[in-house]
Design a protein around this ligand. Structure first.
Ligand code: ZN
Length: 216
């Protein structure tokens, strides 16, 4: 008798919730228009700050970790988005290694910490640094992302802390990954009305206030 595994038949259902656009400042990369349909990213300030403290901790070796949060769906805009509200710095590198790497054990360890410390949240992506090298995915990074972060909503943040540059790499149309073209994100305030982002390759997008002065 064959059993049908229901979990494989039911499409992933994300929580429906409007994107927190009103509480957010958009930071755009120069490639924004050249990257195909992808998940939108809302980076909560306190998580951003924790991430920045970690990525700035070394200017000569790579550091990294995972991005923690939720995947949601905006039913008005019909847009899937991730909210990053924490990061977990991870010790990926063995001494002598020059780049960040993942192993199955790393992820098993991280997932067990998720269940204990972050109930209801999941690992939505990862981050790592390229001190003095710039923002791109190396062949190794692309391999890691394909292997460990295959979900269409998974994102990879690469930061060059020396030149203060950063960008997110996303699955485009759910299945392709461009290792050279990155996008920005929405900075969602939870601690300061002013922006705390200091990545110089991203530009803030100030919304144009449309003054509707209709005289009837
Ligand atoms: Zn890398």
């Amino acid at each position: 008798m064959s059993r049908i595994k229901l979990a494989e038949l039911v499409p992933v259902q994300y929580e429906e919730k409007p994107m927190p656009i009103q509480d957010s400042l958009k930071w755009a990369s120069r490639y924004e228009d050249q990257v195909g349909s992808h998940v939108q990213i809302f980076f909560i300030q306190s998580a951003h700050q924790k991430c920045v403290e970690h990525v700035n901790s070394s200017m000569d070796r790579e550091v990294g970790g995972v991005l923690v949060g939720n995947v949601q769906f905006d039913p008005i805009e019909l847009q899937t988005y991730v909210t990053i509200d924490d990061v977990i710095p991870a010790l990926f590198t063995n001494s002598g290694e020059t780049h960040v790497t993942f192993t199955q054990n790393t992820l098993v360890d991280l997932n067990s910490r998720m269940d204990e410390s972050y109930p209801g949240k999941s690992i939505v992506g990862w981050y790592h640094t390229h001190p003095r090298l710039g923002v791109f995915l190396s062949n190794h990074d692309t391999f890691l992302h394909r292997h460990f972060f295959p979900d269409p909503t998974h994102v990879a943040l690469v930061v060059d802390p020396y030149y203060r540059r950063a960008g997110f790499f996303c699955w485009q149309n759910g299945k392709t990954l461009d290792p050279a073209k990155y996008v920005g994100f929405y900075e969602t305030s939870d601690m300061d009305d002013h922006s705390i982002v200091e990545w110089e390759n991203l530009e803030p997008v100030i919304p144009v206030v449309q003054e509707q002065q209709q005289e009837n």
